[in-house]
Design a protein around this ligand. Structure first.
Ligand SMILES: [Zn+2]
Ligand SMILES: [Zn+2]
Ligand SMILES: [Zn+2]
Length: 486
């Protein structure tokens, strides 16, 4: 008699797991959970419950337990901002950032629409030079010209941004600049207000009483491994975005103040080992007006698009790695304090302090030298607060990739709350359809308890996620070709 074919040896683990899921009590719910993740690369697996009760009647209005899921766990998106980590979640982040910046420029999402008439500028501030680097140059006709090294480089040549002479390049200066860039930006914003008061012959107090300056900035890495900043700067009246700025607060005044503040903002870093260093902005900077509409100019939508794009990029674009090199168990020190109080060599990193040896990283020589310099400076006690071991893979920069002043616009948190509220409303609508009376949300009490289980999909879910990604890409393509409404 022929026995049925044993499939276990011929099909992939993913397919086998998918068959197992298909035979579970609720395969529709399995696919729905995966679909909600919109293609997230490594969803977070949680275990726990949430119960909403009416305190007056003690009645349970809603409850959710991950135990009731067919796979016994709740999957949520990883929420990672970086495209290299999770393309799906970084798309959501980019879209949110776009709306946030756009609202700050042209209103909407609780921001007054009159902000589009306020003076607004798009500013780019860069780092100074730490030694000559290979450049892609063109002449006035747009034809490529030779670099200082004598060669004419291609536009995407890997050597662009790397030093002509690595032996004399100021790596210490470059890493310390990155490590202080966030602080230098903060100082710039202070000096900008001072420069405005000075130019308009007002006291700082009088200026602050009639004018608010709000900012939204993003950091981006240049090829040479230094961060630079793009920022939207907007003038508002004394009550923020709802009030018009005074007539004397013009774009020209803003432009002049940026120029002065860029020049004056500087930090002095003192160290026994490396002497005194001045941290200042580079000569190259840009101040452009933003127009509400227009062609070829910087429009609201264009600026919001730039900022959203920069916000999902990370240090990896400069060719570094996307993970900290610091050994976690010993925090980079290379030793652990034993029960007897003596130092024991850390077994995880074998005393190096590094989770992966710097010399073995798959990076360009220039990037490796930036990382190594950051690591070496991390040994100096005067730089302890820069946490250079933790941030060596970011080439010293530990600041936030994007930030904004409170007055600028709505927040990412608010946008997330809007989505959550929408989901809640949907759940309510479904309840109402099922014959339950609608409840008064304001008096309900919600308690919950959640614990982290792991990250990622089951092999079968991974196949479902691949299908979701395929569907999303397909819809995107159709939208671009104008076949379905955007
Ligand atoms: Zn994700
Ligand atoms: Zn060159
Ligand atoms: Zn260690």
């Amino acid at each position: 008699m022929r026995r049925s074919l044993d499939l276990r040896h011929v099909i992939s683990p993913g397919l086998r797991d998918l068959i197992e899921l298909a035979n579970s009590n609720d395969f529709d719910r399995v696919t729905e959970q995966v679909r909600h993740l919109r293609g997230c690369t490594r969803p977070v697996n949680l275990h726990g419950w949430t119960i909403t009760t009416d305190p007056a009647t003690k009645e349970v209005v809603r409850s959710y337990r991950s135990e009731d899921e067919p796979t016994g766990r709740l999957l949520t998106t990883c929420g990672n901002r970086r495209a290299s980590r999770c393309p799906a979640c970084s798309r959501v982040y980019a879209a949110d950032t776009y709306h946030l910046i756009k609202a700050g420029l042209s209103g909407g999402k609780n921001v007054a629409e009159s902000v589009r008439d306020h003076p607004r500028t798009f500013v780019t501030l860069t780092a100074p030079s730490f030694g000559p680097v290979h450049n892609y140059k063109t002449n006035s006709a747009g034809k490529p010209r030779p670099c200082a090294c004598g060669e004419t480089h291609a536009e995407d040549a890997p050597e662009l941004g790397t030093p002509l002479d690595p032996a004399t390049y100021d790596y210490t200066g470059a890493v310390l600049w990155n490590a202080h860039a966030g602080q230098l930006w903060a100082r710039f914003t202070t000096y900008l207000r001072r420069a405005l008061a000075e130019r308009l012959r007002m006291t700082q107090k009088a200026l602050n009483a009639s004018l608010r300056v709000s900012f939204a900035k993003v950091a981006e890495y240049q090829k040479r491994g230094l961060v630079h900043f793009h920022a939207v700067i907007r003038f508002d009246g004394p009550d923020g975005h709802t009030s018009p700025p005074p007539a004397w607060a013009t774009f020209d005044a803003l432009k002049a103040a940026v120029r002065m503040a860029r020049q004056r903002a500087r930090l002095i870093v003192e160290s026994d080992a490396i002497g005194e260093r001045v941290i200042a902005w580079g000569e190259r900077y840009k101040v452009d007006p933003i127009s509400a509409l227009g062609d070829g100019e910087l429009t609201d939508a264009k600026v919001a698009g730039y900022v959203a794009k920069y916000a999902t990029k990370s240090a990896e674009d400069s060719g570094t790695v996307d993970r900290t090199l610091m050994c976690r168990p010993c925090a980079g020190r290379g030793y652990l304090r034993g029960p007897d109080g003596f130092h024991d060599r850390c077994p995880d990193c074998d005393g190096r302090g590094q989770a992966e040896p710097i010399k073995a990283l798959p990076v360009q020589q220039h990037v490796r030298q930036m990382i190594r310099t950051a690591w070496d400076l991390g040994h100096l006690p005067e730089f302890a607060e820069l946490k250079l071991w933790k941030w060596a893979h970011m080439l010293g920069f530990r600041g936030h990739f994007s930030s904004k002043s409170r007055a600028y616009s709505t927040t990412l948190g608010t946008l997330r709350d809007v989505r959550r509220a929408w989901r809640l409303a949907q759940a309510e609508a479904a309840r109402a359809r099922a014959g339950h009376p609608a409840t008064d949300e304001t008096t309900l009490v919600t308690t919950s308890s959640w614990t982290y289980l792991s990250s990622g999909y089951r092999p079968g879910e991974e196949l479902l996620a691949a299908q979701v990604r395929h569907d999303i890409a397909q819809t995107q393509r159709l939208k671009q070709e104008g076949l379905v409404p955007a």
